[in-house]
Design a protein around this ligand. Structure first.
Ligand SMILES: *Cc1c(COP(=O)(O)O)cnc(C)c1O
Length: 421
């Protein structure tokens, strides 16, 4: 459920008409709904209502905007970060360090030092060399780093190959079969305090079975590690729950169904559970608002050329992702069209042969469910300005990332004297 609704023939976000935002800020622009963010946090937290003191660490990479993070911080979420930059964003947004988890295969010494300085809750380690490096860094600072190993359970998440992370051939985690040996080695590293086990098998999961299979393996490992004398106090079950994008597809499992499965599988584990939801919190809290530049005749269907492009919303081009595309003021007549951006790549295609409201030059369209992995992946390819962002709450709205002038983008480069001599 979201708060993007038609009223008097025009799409609103909460109480604000989208055309008001488009007229004031220009397009393309991301628009987020505070009420939708709040609702998703509540739904996810309620789904874990049977679990004692879970740590819900929002996966910052899904949407790192400062205003979004501050909204989530106010609602009590922690953060799952994958870089020093994300860590600084989370802290700046008011997320306490004791609710921050650091994931990722390539943490550098500088990032480790930064996270140790802040005193984060847990490092999720992904290899033995990383464990050795972190131990050395922590010792050099006179600290011990709280760690979990992310295990690779070798389960097929059944999602797009580029967002599947839990197969043995993926770069993530330590092999399940080596876990006992890796934990034994970690125990001997004096800069580490081994406290947990972590898993994350992929994103946009539409079936609970692979998640359950991975969690069962975590439970087996926790028992085995305790039998070896490890004091396992946390289990991080990752993120990955899918959201509905295409109304023609089956609806992904609800947070409630996920929570019930987790509650059942983790019964008696007797430790603190961590969760790292990203998409399910922010996905349908955002839309990318765009204006039609012109409509061009195609071989069979018209090309609707919009002012948003793959640099603003990469998912269709990167993952063949499907976004619902709606006219902000529907004409009432529908026809098939191809929706494309202005970037000079055939991959800059949002939809082919899509049944849409007929639109004309100057009309507004909204790409729905664009709050996760949208603005965060935006770039300036084709020397296009980075996409601005707006946050709405009730009848208020604010620009939370401005559109920088093209001059600023260009001024970032410099030309050494010898080029022109
Ligand atoms: C990306 C990521 C998440 C969030 O995944 P979603 O599908 O957005 O819930 C959680 N944990 C880790 C380690 C990740 O890399």
């Amino acid at each position: 459920m979201d708060h993007f609704d038609y009223r008097d023939g025009a799409m609103h976000v909460e109480q604000v008409p989208l055309d008001t935002i488009a007229d004031a800020v220009g397009t393309p622009v991301y628009v987020y709904s505070t009420a939708t963010l709040t609702r998703h946090v509540t739904v996810f937290r309620d789904a874990l209502g049977q679990i004692d003191n879970p740590l819900i660490a929002f996966a910052v990479k899904a949407n790192p905007n400062a205003a979004v993070l501050a909204t989530l911080a106010k609602l009590g979420l922690g953060a799952d970060v994958v870089s020093g930059g994300e860590l600084l964003r989370a802290v700046a947004a008011g997320i306490p360090a004791n609710r921050i988890v650091f994931s990722g295969v390539g943490k550098t010494q500088d990032e480790m030092r930064l996270a140790l300085d802040h005193g984060i809750f847990q490092f999720n380690l992904e290899s033995e060399p990383e464990a050795e490096m972190l131990s050395a860094v922590a010792l050099s600072m006179g600290k011990r780093a709280p760690v979990a190993y992310r295990i690779n359970p070798d389960v097929d998440a059944g999602t797009h190959a580029k967002i599947s992370t839990g197969k043995s051939e993926n770069k993530f985690g330590i092999p399940y079969d080596r876990a006992i040996a890796s934990y034994a080695a970690a125990r001997d590293l004096p800069g580490l305090d081994v406290q947990g086990v972590a898993v994350h098998i992929g994103s946009q999961l539409t079936d609970l079975a692979p998640l359950e299979a991975a969690f069962v393996k975590v439970g087996v490992l926790v028992k085995a590690l305790r039998a070896q004398g490890h004091d396992i106090r946390t289990a991080d079950l990752g993120g990955g729950l899918g959201v509905p994008y295409d109304p023609a597809e089956p609806i992904p499992p609800s947070p409630a169904a996920y929570g019930a499965m987790v509650t059942r599988v983790t019964q008696g584990w007797n430790l603190r559970l961590l969760f790292e939801p990203g998409r399910v919190i922010v996905g349908n809290a955002g839309a990318l608002l765009s204006r039609v530049i012109r409509v061009k005749q195609g071989a069979s269907q018209p090309f609707v050329i919009v002012d948003a492009a793959m640099n603003d919303l990469l998912r269709p081009s990167l993952y063949d992702a499907w976004h619902d595309i709606r006219a902000v003021k529907p004409s009432g007549t529908r026809a098939a069209a191809n929706v494309v951006g202005p970037v000079c790549e055939t991959g800059d295609t949002f939809a082919m042969g899509r049944d849409l409201d007929v639109v004309q030059a100057g009309d507004l369209v909204a790409f729905m469910t664009a709050g996760a992995y949208g603005a965060t992946m935006a770039n300036t390819y084709n020397s296009r300005a980075l996409t601005p962002e707006v946050l709405v709450s009730g009848n208020q709205w604010a620009v939370v990332r401005p559109r920088l002038p093209l001059e600023t983008l260009i001024a970032g480069d410099s030309v050494p004297d010898w080029v022109n001599s």
